[in-house]
Design a binder for this molecule. Structure first.
Ligand code: C5P
Length: 323
C-alpha cells in the first residue's frame, strides 16, 4: 500500500462559488492510523506518538479580505460550530493579524463536511488552513515553518495540518515529521453519531495509565516500510478503551462498525483520535464502496475517501495563488 509519493495527481481545486477577491481553499480531515499515549507531561498534556494521515474528505473555506479595520468574522453552516471569536479559525486569523502587525480584516465562511467532534481534526484543520491562506492573501511569505509557532499555540493537532500526508507526530502530537514512505489507500470514514470530549477521554486515560515501555508499535510499523503483509495489525489507538468508557453507547456501535469494515476486507479498522469516528483502510475502491453501502444500510453515515500524500497536500496548497 505504500508507494512513491507522486503517482496520483493532486486533487483539483474546489469549484464552489466565491465572491470576487476571495480565496476558496479546502481544509482536509485526518485520521490517526495509530496513537500511543506515553505519559503525562509537566504542562498537563500527554506525551504522544501518533501516525497521522490526511484524507480527501474536506471542508470548504472562503476567505474574503475586508481591508484595514475590517476585523475578523466567521460563519459556518453547521449549528454546533461557534460563529464567534472562540472559533479556532477566527483565533488563527486574529493571532496571525497580531503576529504580522496587519490591520486588514477577513470574513471567513466555513462550509462543513467533516463530522464535528469526531476525532478527524476538522477544527484544527480549519485553523491551519486559515493560517496558510492568510499567509498567501496578505503576502507574508511565512510558509509552514514560519507559521508553526502560531499553530502550536492554537492546538496540538494544528501543526500537523501545515504538513499533511503520512506523518509521525510526537511530543503533544505537535512535533511533526513527514514519512518517506507515504501511504496510498482508500478509506471508509464512519460517523458514529456520538460526540466524545477529547479532554474527558484523556482524563480517563490518566486514571488507568500503565507504563508503556514496550509500546513501540508505531516505530515497528514505520520501520517495516509501512508496507509488509499484516503490518497494520501492529497499530492500535490507546485512546479507544477510554473513549468507550466515556461514551458507553459507542461500544455496541463500534463493534458493529468494525465488524462490517473487517468483513469487507479492511486492512485496519480503528478509532480516529479520541473519536468517535471510526475508519477502515482498504487496498481498493470496490471493497471500500461495499463497506460504505453496508454501513449506510445499517443506519450509519459513512464516507468513502482516499489518502493524500504529503506531496499531494503541498501541491493542493501551491495551487492557491493570489495575484
Ligand atoms: O490541543 P487541543 O486543545 O486540541 O487539545 C484538546 C485537549 O486534549 C486538551 O485540553 C488536553 O486535555 C488533551 N490533550 C492532551 N495531550 C495531547 C493533546 C491533547 O492531554 N498531546
Amino acid at each position: 500500500m505504500a508507494r512513491p509519493a507522486t503517482r496520483r495527481p493532486a486533487p483539483r481545486r474546489a469549484r464552489t462559488a466565491r465572491p470576487a477577491g476571495a480565496l476558496l481553499v479546502r481544509s482536509y480531515a485526518k485520521v490517526n492510523l495509530g496513537l500511543e499515549v506515553l505519559g503525562v507531561r509537566e504542562d498537563g498534556y500527554h506525551e504522544l506518538r501518533t501516525l497521522f494521515q490526511t484524507i480527501d474528505l474536506h471542508d470548504d473555506l472562503v476567505l474574503q479580505p475586508l481591508g484595514p479595520g475590517g476585523g475578523v468574522t466567521v460563519s459556518c453552516d453547521h449549528p454546533q460550530v461557534p460563529s464567534d471569536a472562540t472559533n479556532l479559525a477566527a483565533r488563527a486569523a486574529s493571532d496571525l493579524q497580531r503576529y504580522a502587525g496587519r490591520a486588514d480584516g477577513v470574513a471567513i465562511e466555513i462550509r462543513k463536511r467533516i463530522p464535528v467532534g469526531g476525532g478527524l481534526g476538522g477544527g484544527s484543520s480549519n485553523a491551519a488552513a486559515v493560517l496558510l491562506a492568510l499567509d498567501r492573501l496578505w503576502k507574508l511569505g511565512l510558509g509552514p515553518a514560519g507559521l508553526h509557532r502560531l499553530a502550536v499555540r492554537l492546538g496540538a493537532d494544528v501543526p500537523y495540518f501545515l504538513v499533511g500526508g503520512t506523518a509521525l507526530g510526537i511530543a503533544r502530537g505537535d512535533e511533526v515529521y513527514a514519512l518517506l514512505e507515504q501511504i496510498e489507500a482508500r478509506l471508509v470514514v464512519v460517523d458514529a453519531g456520538i460526540h466524545v470530549s477529547t479532554k474527558a477521554v484523556f482524563a480517563r486515560v490518566d486514571a488507568g495509565l500503565t507504563h508503556r515501555e514496550k509500546s513501540n508499535s508505531i516505530f515497528n510499523f514505520v520501520s517495516r516500510g509501512a508496507e509488509g503483509e499484516g503490518a497494520y495489525r501492529l497499530l492500535s489507538n490507546d485512546l479507544e478503551p477510554a473513549a468507550l468508557e466515556e461514551a458507553p453507547d459507542l461500544r455496541e456501535k463500534a463493534a458493529r462498525i468494525r465488524g462490517v469494515l473487517v468483513r469487507c476486507g479492511a486492512r485496519l479498522a480503528a478509532l480516529s483520535g479520541s473519536g468517535a469516528s471510526y475508519f477502515g483502510l482498504f487496498d481498493a475502491a470496490r471493497p471500500a464502496v461495499r463497506a460504505q453501502r453496508s454501513l449506510e444500510a445499517a443506519g450509519f453515515r459513512a464516507h468513502v475517501a482516499r489518502t493524500l500524500t504529503v506531496d499531494q497536500y503541498r501541491a493542493a496548497w501551491d495551487r492557491y495563488q493570489v495575484r
